[in-house]
Design a protein around this ligand. Structure first.
Ligand SMILES: *[C@@H]1O[C@H](CO)[C@@H](O)[C@H](O)[C@H]1NC(C)=O
Ligand SMILES: *[C@@H]1O[C@H](CO)[C@@H](O)[C@H](O)[C@H]1NC(C)=O
Ligand SMILES: *[C@@H]1O[C@H](CO)[C@@H](O)[C@H](O)[C@H]1NC(C)=O
Ligand SMILES: *[C@@H]1O[C@H](CO)[C@@H](O)[C@H](O)[C@H]1NC(C)=O
Ligand SMILES: *[C@@H]1O[C@H](CO)[C@@H](O)[C@H](O)[C@H]1NC(C)=O
Ligand SMILES: *[C@@H]1O[C@H](CO)[C@@H](O)[C@H](O)[C@H]1NC(C)=O
Ligand SMILES: *[C@@H]1O[C@H](CO)[C@@H](O)[C@H](O)[C@H]1NC(C)=O
Ligand SMILES: *[C@@H]1O[C@H](CO)[C@@H](O)[C@H](O)[C@H]1NC(C)=O
Ligand SMILES: *[C@@H]1O[C@H](CO)[C@@H](O)[C@H](O)[C@H]1NC(C)=O
Length: 395
């Protein structure tokens, strides 16, 4: 296909061309935007319109600033994007470009809303130093590394399903006003939030080999860890967990929350295969859970040395060395305990015969409540919402 390179940049800069929203329809519209040092408006480049659909390379290496949104989406033939001088934009959304493999935005420093989502062949995403960002999302790409990230106060951070990505260094981040959701990246991913103290929304980490949240002291919404492979983790500074704490399907054998005294809603500890003992160091100071406590897995021992209040139900299930009788004793200090217990004793020291030692001391509230473990969810589709029309340059 042969594209006509228009001389739009030279002729189309009628007064005002850099000051209004543009839905790009052709290469010459791209040139028009690129001829502006500062473009004041939104730039939408969407391949759903025939014409632009054939675009293979998007080069806008002169424009330095876009005050509105820059949206690059649904361009299925697009292979490379180069925004060589762009240093600032209200948003940069690169969505659903199935074949793009290289995106260069080397100067981008300030971007309120940064979304790189569903570009499954994207291998090279080069930005050198993001210093100001409110919403930061990289989801479903093939990138193996992130650029420097030096923003200390952020809105949301979401990095999901980048299967080649192993080093997630967010050590510059001190607090977020929104959520952090990181999961399903490279197999041995190391996640570092070593300076993070406060999170205004949910915190969810999944599939990590190492995790550093050693200064995290306050979480305003749900806190969850799931399918992580680290063996032992201390969350030494966390004092305030305003909603639930969920630990599900992790491989740790020990974890500790030394400062947590109160959980805002419920505590779920579910199917952590190697986690046999909730010991006196796991939740040493936890006194009160206004919601439920749900524990399932192969537990040998449960100890909550300070727990005196559970307003919801305590639900125990699984199989291990722990019997329901012993488990009830573990919660003996809890006022008006409401416990539903379904623990099968599969092995006891020096006693391989027992099956009867499992007892149901259910509180009469009927059948099992099935798992309530809540993993984090992100609707990529929800992000890929609005669509505009587009282009025709290559005729
Ligand atoms: C970013 O672009 C703006 C608009 O052209 C310019 O004034 C500013 O100097 C640039 N900043 C940097 C750090 O390059
Ligand atoms: C990124 O930019 C910030 C602010 O300009 C600067 O302090 C920091 O050293 C830079 N980091 C890197 C890795 O370039
Ligand atoms: C992850 O951390 C482990 C242990 O600190 C280290 O051996 C490994 O090289 C790190 N991997 C990456 C990709 O940084
Ligand atoms: C886990 O690590 C802590 C220190 O971070 C240590 O005190 C504790 O003994 C470890 N637990 C296990 C079971 O290895
Ligand atoms: C936990 O394990 C039980 C029994 O294997 C299973 O029925 C349940 O779906 C699991 N729940 C989670 C959240 O993994
Ligand atoms: C559980 O652990 C506590 C404290 O570590 C210990 O005192 C208790 O005997 C253990 N219970 C069982 C049934 O092993
Ligand atoms: C213990 O029980 C298991 C399963 O019932 C059985 O396979 C095993 O041989 C028993 N071991 C002993 C020492 O009785
Ligand atoms: C996270 O936050 C949102 C909005 O506050 C909420 O709807 C959701 O249930 C929370 N929890 C999890 C585990 O995603
Ligand atoms: C994303 O691209 C696929 C084709 O690869 C297309 O079918 C789908 O409609 C696009 N999604 C959105 C939200 O535009």
């Amino acid at each position: 296909m042969k594209c006509v390179i228009a001389f739009a940049a030279l002729v189309a800069i009628a007064a005002g061309a850099c000051n209004k929203d543009i839905t790009v329809k052709s290469q010459s519209d791209i040139n028009t935007v690129n001829a502006c040092t500062k473009f004041q408006g939104d730039v939408t480049i969407d391949g759903h319109q025939e014409g632009l659909a054939g675009l293979g390379a998007l080069n806008m290496d002169s424009v330095q600033q876009i005050t509105g949104d820059l949206i690059i989406q649904n361009l299925y033939n697009l292979q490379t994007v180069s925004l060589g001088q762009l240093n600032s934009t209200a948003s940069l959304k690169i969505l659903n470009n199935t074949n793009v493999y290289k995106v260069a935005i080397p100067k981008l420093a300030n971007v309120a809303d940064f979304q790189v989502i569903t570009n499954p062949n994207l291998k090279e995403l080069t930005y050198s130093n993001i210093t100001t960002v409110s919403n930061f999302q990289i989801i479903d790409t093939y990138i193996a590394s992130l650029g420097a990230f030096s923003a200390s106060s952020v809105g949301n951070i979401e990095v999901l399903s980048n299967t080649q990505l192993t080093a997630l260094d967010f050590s510059a981040v001190k607090k977020t006003s929104g959520y952090i959701n990181i999961a399903n990246n490279g197999r041995a991913s190391n996640i570092t939030f070593s300076q993070l103290t406060q999170v205004g929304g949910n915190v969810s980490f999944g599939n990590a080999a190492t995790l550093d949240i050693s200064k995290l002291s306050s979480v305003s919404d749900d806190f969850s860890l799931y399918q992580n492979s680290f063996k032992n983790l201390s969350i030494p500074a966390l004092a305030t967990a305003k909603k639930s704490i969920t630990l599900s399907q992790n491989l740790f054998s020990a974890i500790s929350f030394p400062l947590v005294t109160e959980i805002g809603s419920s505590l779920d500890i579910i199917n952590n295969t190697n986690f046999k003992s909730i010991s006196s160091t796991t939740f040493p100071k936890l006194t009160s859970v206004p919601g439920s406590v749900v524990i399932s897995g192969s537990l040998d021992n449960i100890t909550f040395p300070s727990l005196t209040t559970v307003d919801g139900q305590v639900q125990l299930s699984g199989s291990g060395k722990l019997s329901c009788d012993s488990a009830e004793k573990s919660f003996a200090r809890v006022d008006s305990l409401n416990i539903e217990c379904d623990l099968k004793v599969t092995s006891k020291d020096n006693d391989n015969s027992s099956d009867d030692s499992s007892k149901d001391s259910g509180s009469g509230s009927g059948s099992d409540d099935s798992s309530k473990s809540s993993a984090s969810r992100t609707s990529v589709a929800a992000v890929l919402g609005g669509v505009v029309a587009i282009v025709a340059a290559c005729l």
